[in-house]
Structure formats: structure tokens, C-alpha cells
Design a protein around this ligand. Structure first.
Ligand code: SF4
Length: 208
């Protein structure tokens, strides 16, 4: 009888979970990739929610991302606008209808959160750490674009201007951020002590 290695069984379980997550995200007749694109618009900093970033997050080509966005614009979920300081970049934003659909998709995530809540706390922590390690491994190999909120990013200077309405400073974008803005996903999020950090630091220094 064929014995499966533990890593092979775990990979299969992950693939099944991915299928369930995709199904939970389906709303309003959207395809999984359209649902992902809507969540990208809902969670990403508005000034970096570009078609290029979407393509990287989806792991697809720019042309394919343009096609996905075309479909969402036609259905009235998304609008395009040029980035004010760089007209070559197209930014994406949800319409009211798009925000409603994003809420529906997020309700699917809540089902998953409730299932995770039923796990004992130590198992949940171990699971989260293992998924985090896997994500970083896949990102380092170029299979996944991590887009995360500011906490934990090496470029964040929390409370750099404590009395201001936007008290936190981002050294990457050289701009101040409000509490709410630091909770949005950013494709430039860089955790400490990784090759990515060294690359981003070198890039920043070169740009100065
Ligand atoms: S680069 Fe880091 S600190 Fe700056 S906006 Fe992105 S996640 Fe936040």
C-alpha cells in the first residue's frame, strides 16, 4: 500500500482548504479570481491599489489583470483612475456596489474564522505560525505576493508625530499615515531580517 509522507498529506489538506476558501468567497456570480480582485481593492492602500499590484497579488500577467478589471468595471464593481502624481499608473477603487459585494465575500471569511475559533488556542497559534512560514517560503520563491498591513513592516515609524491626525511615518513612501491607513494591506510590506528587507533597503538607498 502506498504511504503518503506527512508533508504530502498536509499539502493535500491545504489544497482542499484552498478549494473551500474559494467557494466561501463566491458571491454575486463572481469567479474566484474576480472575488480576489474585489478583496484586493477593499483591503489595499488606495494609493498603491494599481493594476500592476493586482497582477502581482494574483500571480498573473498585467494583460490578464487588465481583463479581470475590465469585467469588474463593466459589472459596476470597480472604477479606474489615474494616480495623481504618476498618470502612467492606473489605480482601482470599489464602487458602492463593489463594497457591498466585498462585505458578502468577507462574510464567507467569517465562517472560516468561526471554524478556526473552535480550535484550541495553542493549535491555532501553531497553525498560524506554520501558515506564516509557508507563505514566506512561497513568497521568497516568487510564487506569492505578500500584501499586509503596516504593523511589523521595517519601514514603519509608529507615532513619529504623536499629536498629528496621521501620526505614523512610512519611510518607503515618505508619507505620514493615519491609524486606519496602517491597517490596510500594502504590497510593499517588508518584514524584518529577510532577504526582501535587504533588497528593499538597498533599493531605497539607491533612490535617495
Ligand atoms: S511600506 Fe510598510 S510602512 Fe509603508 S505603507 Fe507599506 S506596509 Fe506600511
Amino acid at each position: 500500500m502506498l504511504e503518503r509522507a506527512p508533508s504530502s498529506r498536509a499539502a493535500r489538506s491545504l489544497a482542499r482548504l484552498a478549494q473551500a476558501v474559494k467557494r466561501l468567497a463566491l458571491a454575486d456570480g463572481l469567479t474566484p479570481v474576480q472575488a480576489q480582485a474585489i478583496l484586493f481593492c477593499a483591503r489595499t492602500r488606495p494609493d498603491v491599489a494599481s493594476v500592476g499590484s493586482l497582477a502581482r497579488v494574483l500571480g498573473t500577467t498585467h494583460a490578464t489583470a487588465v481583463g479581470i478589471v475590465d469585467g469588474l468595471v463593466r459589472r459596476g464593481y470597480v472604477v479606474r483612475r489615474s494616480k495623481p502624481d504618476d498618470r502612467r499608473v492606473t489605480l482601482l477603487a470599489l464602487t458602492d456596489r463593489g463594497r457591498e459585494v466585498a462585505e458578502t465575500i468577507l462574510e464567507g471569511n467569517a465562517i472560516l474564522e468561526r471554524a478556526l475559533d473552535r480550535l484550541p488556542a495553542d493549535q491555532r497559534t501553531t497553525f498560524e505560525q506554520a501558515l506564516d512560514a509557508l507563505s514566506r517560503e512561497l513568497a521568497a520563491a516568487g510564487h506569492l505576493q505578500l500584501s499586509e498591513p503596516c504593523p511589523g513592516c521595517v519601514f514603519l515609524e509608529p507615532n513619529a508625530a504623536p499629536s498629528a491626525s496621521r501620526p505614523h511615518y512610512c519611510r518607503y513612501f515618505r508619507s505620514y499615515l493615519s491609524d486606519v491607513e496602517t491597517q490596510l494591506d500594502c504590497p510593499k510590506h517588508t518584514p524584518p531580517r529577510t532577504d526582501g528587507f535587504r533588497r528593499e533597503e538597498l533599493r531605497l538607498r539607491a533612490a535617495r
